[in-house]
Design a protein around this ligand. Structure first.
Ligand SMILES: Cc1ncc(COP(=O)(O)O)c(C=O)c1O
Length: 381
């Protein structure tokens, strides 16, 4: 048996997505920029896909731009805000994905952008009052970049609250919504936001394709020069087949969102209960009230048996993700676990689920874990 519990890293393609992509691969090859029939057909397929994405997030068609994924979309939002919108200061958090953290660090060095980090508590919740006062106490044009849900520990931020604070202080708002796109309802018409991002491979679409939503009133200049594609914003022949897969995947995710949510959340809770029932001193990272239901970050007590856990899980047929808080600096630890001050001697594993997972797979995991970590029975013996 092979069990895949690493869906926050990437998800397997949905067979319906494969089918949709295969159809266009077989039937359409025209360059969407060509004006002949083959080209026009490809163009219309791309525009249909854009319409699907726009509908899924309640945006206008002209507000959706295809990119290569989450990393590019966030780079575009942050870099273009500084270059084109007069942003001089960025407020973010230490637990953002590197596509945001490394970009703001680079903007700090190259453009003298002031970067400030909002405080986060040990559950990964941001300090909204501090965000408010950071914005209150500066006249610099500011962009707030805060993720919707953290990919390692699953804490979900209050987007409405962040948006309200940004509006009061006339700050721009970008959110890395890569982990929540297709998993939580997102309505950009209600949520006042300038930029948000999506990556197809996190909701059973293909890798290397995603999109950025740019609010119609937020006018930036081209991010990639060299072609008029994506209404001049991103030159280069489009990832045609990827875009088809992206649209089909998001459509499916949004259509069946509640059903999938219920199933996946049930599995997450089942695993939580089983872990607590069977093993000593289990801790869960991240906020357990407002959480990303696809992610469960588990922290196991220090024990020689748990040292090689990730490797042993893989050998036993289970794929999950590691992650540890690092104290020595010798081994590169997780910046997210460090930012919530997680204890450095515990072993952290992120299990992340999709609707393709089952309870039987969770039972299989629990059985395998019994030979890797100390069970309650062993402690009592
Ligand atoms: C929160 C978050 N942001 C951004 C990314 C990067 O997305 P992509 O792989 O599409 O560049 C990831 C992927 O791991 C992620 O989890």
């Amino acid at each position: 048996m092979r069990v895949y519990f690493d869906n926050a890293a990437t998800t397997p393609l949905d067979p319906i997505v494969i089918e949709a992509m295969t159809k266009v691969m077989q039937e359409n090859f025209g360059n969407p920029s060509s004006i002949h029939r083959e080209g026009r057909t490809s163009r219309s397929i791309i525009e249909k896909a854009r319409k699907v994405i726009a509908k899924c997030i309640n945006a206008s068609i002209g507000e959706v731009f295809f990119t290569s994924g989450g990393t590019e979309s966030s780079n575009m939002a942050l870099k273009c805000s500084v270059r084109d919108l007069g942003v001089q200061r960025i407020i973010t958090s230490q637990m953002e994905h590197h596509c945001v953290l490394h970009t703001v660090e680079s903007l700090e060095k190259s453009d003298g952008v002031v970067v400030e980090y909002v405080n986060i508590d040990t559950c990964g919740r941001i300090d909204y009052d501090q965000l408010n006062s950071l914005l209150e106490n500066s006249d610099k044009k500011t962009l707030v970049s805060l993720m919707h849900a953290n990919n390692e520990i699953g804490t979900v931020m209050n987007m409405d609250k962040i948006s309200e604070i940004c509006q009061v202080h006339d700050a721009l708002f970008h959110s890395d919504t890569v982990q929540t796109m297709g998993h939580f309802p997102i309505d950009v018409d209600k949520l006042k936001i300038n930029f948000l991002t999506g990556a197809a491979h996190k909701f059973h679409g293909p890798k290397g394709v995603g999109f950025i939503y740019i609010n119609g009133e937020t006018q930036i200049k081209p991010y990639i020069d060299g072609g008029a594609q994506e209404r001049n914003m991103r030159g280069g022949t489009e990832n045609f087949y990827g875009i088809v897969g992206l649209a089909k995947a998001l459509e499916l995710a949004v259509e069946k969102m509640e059903e999938k949510h219920r199933h996946i959340d049930g599995l997450r809770q089942y695993l939580k209960n089983k872990l607590v029932e069977n093993f000593e001193d289990i801790q869960f990272n991240g906020c357990q009230e407002n959480y990303l239901y696809t992610v469960l970050s588990v922290s196991f007590p220090p024990h020689p048996k748990s040292d090689m856990m990730m490797l042993n899980l893989d050998i036993s047929g289970i794929s999950a993700s590691g992650g540890s808080a690092c104290s020595s600096g010798a081994e590169k630890g997780s910046h997210v676990l460090e930012s919530i001050q997680a204890t450095t001697d515990r072993k952290t594993i992120r299990f992340s689920f999709s609707h393709f997972n089952t309870k039987e797979e969770v039972d299989f995991l629990i059985e395998k874990l019994k030979s890797m970590i100390v069970t309650k029975k062993e402690v009592l013996a």
